[in-house]
Design a protein around this ligand. Structure first.
Ligand SMILES: Cc1cc2nc3c(=O)[nH]c(=O)nc-3n(C[C@H](O)[C@H](O)[C@H](O)COP(=O)(O)O)c2cc1C
Length: 363
């Protein structure tokens, strides 16, 4: 076998990972209508617990933070027990699991909000083309409600409350989803943030929302247990920042100053290309960041081994390959063939296309 440390255990921030492979966060839309995880998710994540680190699917901090139906949350205490089942099942297999906390921002829909009619929220007006999948089928994205400063404060509190619930649910840490044009990312990027108060304009101002969320989460979690997902070159939903190198250098410096433990760095445009234009070498951010960096995007076995050989990053996260291969780590180790899950299995559908993919042995 190729000599690599990809499959060797490693300790970062006091957590020992069984190997340097992570499960990238994957929305699978199999929660209950009221956003609860449970036995089904416990089976799914524990099937993948041979990865060194699991990061959950995006988990909404308020109902209106969901980007579609059947997505889970941690916006109320009643959602803790289902996630506890998940963390217990993963820990029973000596796995580690972080909860990805999320708000979709303008990429949500009023039908998902707490009262079923409140407009999705955003830092600024932005007319999003396209459609969102809702319970009544595809609907056009709606005009947003621009957040007031009081509402920003409330949202920071919602992140803190969700961080507390994640701790109660037994997670090993939390990841803040700050990518893909969702709420935090929409504050960061100049294309989606046109505010003229202290949350818009300069890079420092655009990063203030994230900073306040981090400060709130640090009241709950040690910084060593907090991760941030960034996609500095992402073009999700047709939006990006026009000077990503300066913006994300500032964000990484802020993470260092606050003692944030982990960086989850998507290289390129998520799921599309590793080299979008305009381009800068995002590995510079890894060098600048003081903690371990997880790399992701379109990795193959060979690329992952090569990335470790070059020490480009500390851990490699796989997304789609984990869908059809619960034992992806073992398959990569054996250089075995990977099963490609059909696209229709990605979102929704219960156990089918979710927990029924066999391991190599079972196959
Ligand atoms: C079905 C699906 C759901 C995803 N859900 C999330 C999510 O909830 N949060 C997130 O940060 N990224 C999400 N992503 C992006 C993946 O984490 C990952 O960045 C992307 O698939 C590229 O990695 P890969 O080439 O290994 O699949 C999703 C991707 C797919 C295909």
């Amino acid at each position: 076998m190729t000599k690599t440390d990809l499959f060797e255990p490693v300790t970062y921030n006091g957590l020992t990972l069984k190997n340097r492979i992570a499960l990238s966060p994957l929305t699978r839309a199999r929660a209950t209508q009221d956003g609860k995880a449970g036995k089904l998710q416990a089976d799914y994540y524990s099937q993948r617990a041979s990865a060194g680190l699991l990061i959950t699917e995006a988990t909404a901090v308020v109902p209106g933070g969901r980007g579609g139906p059947m997505l889970p949350g941690l916006w109320e205490d009643a959602q803790i027990a289902g996630w506890k089942e998940v963390t217990d099942a993963v820990h029973a297999k000596d796995g580690l699991i972080f909860s990805q906390l999320w708000h979709a921002g303008r990429l949500s829909h009023s039908s998902l909000s707490a009262d079923g009619k409140s407009a999705p929220v955003a830092p600024s007006e932005y007319s999003q083309p396209g459609e969102i999948f809702t319970e009544t089928g595809p609907q056009p994205y709606e005009p947003v409600h621009v957040m007031t400063k009081a509402e920003i404060r409330e949202m920071v509190d919602a992140y803190e409350a969700a961080a507390i619930r994640a701790k109660e649910a037994g997670f090993d840490g939390i990841e803040l989803h700050a990518a893909h044009s969702y709420l935090i990312s929409a504050f960061l990027n100049d294309m989606t943030n046109q505010r003229d108060d202290e949350y818009g304009g300069s890079i420092e101002n655009r990063a203030r929302f994230l900073k306040e969320i981090l400060e709130a989460c640090l009241k709950v979690w040690d910084g060593k247990r907090i991760m941030i997902r960034l996609a500095p070159l992402g073009h999700a939903y047709g939006t990006w920042d026009t000077d990503p190198e300066t913006l994300f250098t500032h964000v990484v410096d802020m993470m260092n100053d606050l003692g944030i433990g982990w960086l989850d760095l998507v290289e390129g445009d998520t799921g599309v290309t590793r080299t979008p234009e305009p381009f800068f070498d995002v590995l510079k951010l890894r060098k600048r960041f003081k903690g371990p960096t997880i790399l992701n995007n379109l990795y193959t076995r060979e690329m992952a081994i090569d990335a470790r050989e070059r020490d480009n990053g500390d851990v490699i996260a796989f997304g789609r390959p984990f869908i059809g291969n619960p034992d992806l780590v073992e398959r990569l180790k054996a250089d075995a063939e990977l099963h490609e899950a059909p696209l229709k299995a990605y979102y929704g559908g219960g156990a089918r296309g979710y927990t029924d993919f066999p391991t190599m042995e079972e196959a």
